[in-house]
Design a protein around this ligand. Structure first.
Ligand code: PEP
Length: 248
């Protein structure tokens, strides 16, 4: 079983002072947490500040998106070498907000995945179905399409040790969390799709994880941690979710 991993996706929230306060609290609160990995993904402008503020702690740094190109005339883009340069270990690719609000399709997400791994970043590949797709019993088909795009571009073993976040779109920011049984069923499907003997992909659940529902989700055998949005903006809530992963 992979080491549990808890990742905070701050989305487009924060300010320099908020970042300083939140990371000071996380640094203090995470000092005693053993047996799990913790990471935060602030907005791009705060990555350098965050890297300095996290120095000496065990909290890793991640970004929320990455360009497919390494450098060049691509106004507004941020490349994988830049993310490495400022101290990132992880980068989220294919978050449902990027897919639905910014038109990122599976082919583009796969290219971002490849750009990240080429620089030694660990991509956190987000996959998930819309509510209507679940209602139509299409969840596995949708996830297979999202996953296979990466396997086709990056090779059969690309996800063997990757991080995949199952985030049902209907659960993100809605307060409507998947049940532990729903999460487990999908995670088992994903593990079966990407794993061969000896492979250890880390499978995160994301979508309205809160301190009160985290333990039930993390107790599932194929749930290896969480990608946490709203609750990662409050240190006490995020730390309490992290603790729920330790006690499983
Ligand atoms: C997310 O956006 O990745 C997420 C899981 O958000 P929330 O926890 O707020 O649902």
């Amino acid at each position: 079983m992979p080491h549990p991993l808890l990742v905070g996706n701050w989305k487009m929230h924060g300010s320099r002072s908020m970042v300083a306060d939140l990371l000071a609290a996380l640094k203090l609160g995470s000092a005693g947490l053993k047996g799990i990995d913790v990471a935060v993904c602030p907005p791009f402008p705060y990555l350098s500040d965050a890297a300095s503020l996290l120095a000496g702690s065990s909290v890793y740094l991640g970004a929320q998106d990455v360009a497919v190109h390494e450098s060049g005339a691509f106004t507004g883009e941020v490349s994988a070498p830049m993310l490495r340069d400022v101290g990132c270990r992880y980068v989220i690719v294919g978050h449902s907000e990027r897919r639905s609000l910014f038109g990122e399709d599976c082919a583009l997400v796969a290219r971002k995945f490849r750009a990240a791994t080429a620089q030694g970043l660990i991509p956190i590949l987000c996959v998930g179905e819309q509510l209507a797709e679940r209602a139509a019993d299409d969840t596995e088909t949708v996830l297979a399409t999202q996953i296979d795009a990466v396997l086709e571009l990056c090779g059969d073993s690309a996800l063997a040790r990757a991080v995949i976040a199952y985030e049902p779109v209907w659960a993100i920011g809605t307060g409507r969390v998947a049940t532990p049984e729903q999460a487990q069923a999908v995670h088992r499907f994903i593990r079966g799709r990407v794993s061969r003997a000896g492979d250890t992909p880390t499978l995160l659940y994301g979508g309205s994880v809160k301190p009160q529902n985290a333990a039930g989700l993390f107790a599932q055998p194929d749930v290896d941690g969480g990608l946490i949005g709203g609750a990662s903006l409050a240190a006490d809530q995020f730390l309490s979710i992290c603790k729920a992963a330790i006690s499983q």
